[in-house]
Ligand binder design. Structure first.
Ligand code: FES
Length: 121
């Protein structure tokens, strides 16, 4: 089921309204720009990304919902690290962001734990 993103940028995302600098980042290899200090979630939404992760059980697409760290629907892989809440991370130059597909293992002090046992969906 496609997600209809309801966020619309108020200004061109590669040019901040007050002329502040922007940074370049990549989402699944696609280059994009966002204002310095912008969250990864806001940057991806403004650049038209509508699926941030897929659920482990049904593979349903998910995108940010709360934008404040409560819902975990914005999980992505950032610079090789899975399970990052993109609404809580600021963009940095050259950041590599990837869609998080399904289950990810958790590193709990050397003991890998499946998210299946944790939570998710
Ligand atoms: S959008 Fe809800 S935790 Fe990030």
């Amino acid at each position: 089921m496609p997600i209809n993103v309801r966020f619309r940028p108020l200004f061109p995302i590669d040019a901040s309204p007050r002329g502040e600098p922007t940074v370049g980042l990549y989402f699944d290899g696609r280059a994009m720009r966002a204002p310095v200090g912008c969250s990864v979630a806001a940057a991806l939404l403004a650049n038209g990304v509508s699926t941030f992760r897929t659920t482990p059980v049904s593979g349903a697409p998910r995108a940010p919902y709360c934008m404040m760290g409560a819902c975990f629907d914005c999980l992505v892989e950032i610079d090789g690290q899975p399970n990052r809440q993109s609404c809580l991370v600021a963009v940095t130059e050259g950041m590599q962001v990837r869609t998080q597909a399904g289950l990810r293992s958790l590193d709990c002090g050397g003991a890998a734990v499946s998210e299946e046992a944790a939570h998710v969906e």
